[in-house]
Design a protein around this ligand. Sequence first.
Ligand SMILES: Nc1ncnc2c1ncn2[C@@H]1O[C@H](COP(=O)(O)OP(=O)(O)O)[C@@H](O)[C@H]1O
Ligand SMILES: CC(C)(COP(=O)(O)O)[C@@H](O)C(=O)NCCC(=O)O
Length: 345
Amino acid sequence: MRPTLVRAEAQRAAAAGGGTAYATMTRVSATQERATVPTPYVDLDRAAWSRLRENHPMSLEQRDLARLRGLGDRLDLREVEEVYLPLSRLLHFYVEATHGLRLATSEFLGERPTRVPFVVGVAGSVAVGKSTTARILKELMSRWPQTPRVELVTTDGFLYPNAVLERRGLLQRKGFPESYNRRALLAFIADVKSGMPSVPAPMYSHLTYDVLPGTVRVRRPDVLIVEGLNVLQPPQVRPDGTSTGAISDYFDFSVYVDAPVEEIRTWYVQRFLRLRETAFADPKSYFHRYAALSDEEAVATARRIWEQINEPNLVENVLPTRDRATLVLSKGADHAVTGIRLRKI
Ligand SMILES: Nc1ncnc2c1ncn2[C@@H]1O[C@H](COP(=O)(O)OP(=O)(O)O)[C@@H](O)[C@H]1O
Ligand SMILES: CC(C)(COP(=O)(O)O)[C@@H](O)C(=O)NCCC(=O)O
């Protein structure tokens, strides 16, 4: 097809579906020419995406939302209906299809099929609202008849304790890939997916800013949701040339929660100001010393932490994993989802 015809075709498809022409074309900025580079994604605006809900039923009520909404996050029933119900419908298709594939493998091997947990990864920056997304998915999926047992695990439990981070000079690198016990995280996911009856998961406290003693137990869930900054990191190459596994090897579906860096910085600073009045006011809080800061000092402190730790980690480690996700939720001001990118192939 000649480029002009491809462009016209893509524009027609975009107009019909409400998506951008991204699935068929990309812009070549140097020449301002459009090239016919196929991409594995389809981009949909919110209106087009919301139509894909079709008849998928609403199972949440207003009173559920307060429990699911993260501090400073925007979440109303309209957001659930327009953004999360189509996602729930898509996930439902994925769960069924994945189950079908597993049955096919068992039949091929002549084995009795075993139940394998469906694993969903939720990635994105600090303060982008990953935990709200992960909690809604948990709530929606646990209301399906096929998958009543949904467990949600955050990767912060796998951070090295502060004492270890300090010894290794990594306290200012909390959240960077090297601040996690990646081997333990990988073993955890592998054990849950392989059907071990009870797998321990360490826990983290934002109050003490450290890993807690003790563990929670994950007991053969139908669905495991794993939420964290680095869940889409690719495998690492060891000095001897061999490669570690990656937890995303175990994902059946993944979501990257995305927003412009400037927006996320604003959300981080606003959340810090609110935490100053709530969590930081507790004398047990690691950040208790910040409770007495003036507005101006608190904004400067939050900006400093953002600029020294969270933004470099976002730019160097988290953002580069975005294209590995099955689905990207793009947020605009106020945390509202404005667009969705779905990996088609
Ligand atoms: N210092 C803190 N004290 C108390 N709660 C916190 C603190 N920092 C973050 N949180 C809470 O921890 C959760 C996870 O935060 P974060 O890792 O930034 O991911 P996200 O904002 O993408 O969900 C959020 O619900 C947030 O409100
Ligand atoms: C604990 C976190 C690394 C997030 O961990 P995750 O659950 O994503 O693995 C993050 O919330 C954090 O505390 N970052 C350190 C810098 C800061 O205090 O904002």
